[in-house]
Design a protein around this ligand. Structure first.
Ligand code: PDD
Length: 279
């Protein structure tokens, strides 16, 4: 049985009932976080909560009344669910309104919903005979506030469906020749042993994993720069990585059906960084 948390209660996920008048359902008026849990311990928890706080502030959604107890609630949910590695999904919507109106009633309470899924560990951690990810390059169809972790992911889903139907597994987005990020990940490139990632802006989500990888690179005395990456750079790079809370670090080996000349895992920089990821 999989447990979730909703309406101040822990209950089997099938029993959760969300109102159709919830603004998360009607308008996508909600924000979320995905937090990986390894051996029952949430990873980079504070960083995820800080980003959730920012998403709430940017959307002017109030903090739910359980805000101060989030760590305890998530801890209990992790215990209630069996898997030792989990992915915690926490969503906060503006709440349930009495009518469908673009402007919300002032006194509504935010809805807090948290669930857990089993986390499949990153296969690139130790597999050497595994190809990198095949991606398709697509013009970024999203809005101008990609820095907010909002649940309105229809553009990402359309792009991913298109990628999958053309034989790719993921998407890299660009705007005006500038690479932004993946459909659910950030991007890093390696040139001549130096690492590059696009700078923080409203066009990308500042990934918790991205920031962790930047810190790891610095600890390893590797050169990391935040700078604009152009489409043409993708085809010159020695390595391309996608990072996220569920992917950790994963290499790209093909873009738009063009095979990249990438290093084998044993020789690649991403593997070295990944080896240090949890230390
Ligand atoms: N997505 N960019 C986008 C658009 C994302 O959706 C994600 C994560 C990231 C990486 O962020 P982080 O390192 O904090 O996970 C970047 C999550 C995993 C998801 O939507 O399931």
């Amino acid at each position: 049985m999989t447990y979730a948390y909703f309406n101040e209660t822990f209950l089997p996920i099938e029993e959760v009932r969300i109102s159709p008048l919830d603004r998360g359902f009607l308008f996508g008026d909600s924000v979320y976080e995905v937090i990986p849990v390894y051996e029952k311990k949430p990873f980079l928890f504070e960083e995820h909560i800080l980003r959730l706080k920012r998403s709430l502030e940017e959307t002017r959604i109030s903090r739910p009344k359980q805000w101060e107890n989030l760590e305890e609630i998530i801890g209990k949910l992790v215990e209630l669910n069996r898997a030792i590695n989990q992915s915690i999904y926490a969503q906060i919507s503006r709440g349930v309104d009495i009518n469908r109106s673009h402007i919300a009633e002032e006194d509504i309470e935010p809805t807090l919903f948290i669930m857990s899924s089993d986390l499949t560990l990153n296969p690139y951690r130790c597999e050497n005979n595994i190809e990198g990810i095949k991606v398709s390059l697509q013009e970024d169809p999203r809005w101008k506030r990609c820095d907010i972790k909002a649940t309105t992911l229809l553009p990402n889903i359309i792009a991913l469906n298109e990628a999958v139907s053309s034989g790719s597994q993921d998407v890299i987005f660009y705007r005006n020749q500038e690479v932004t990020e993946g459909a659910s990940s950030n991007i890093f490139l390696v040139f001549q042993g130096e690492v590059f990632t696009p700078p923080q802006s409203k066009n990308i989500l500042t990934g918790v994993t991205r920031n962790h990888v930047i810190n790891l690179l610095k600890d390893l005395n590797l050169t990391i720069s935040e700078r604009v990456i152009y489409i043409e750079d993708l085809f010159k790079a020695e390595e391309i990585w996608l990072t996220s809370s569920t992917k950790e670090i994963q290499p790209v080996s093909e873009i738009n059906k063009k095979k990249l000349s990438v290093r084998s895992p044993e020789k690649a920089l991403w593997r070295r960084v990944l080896e240090n990821f949890h230390n």
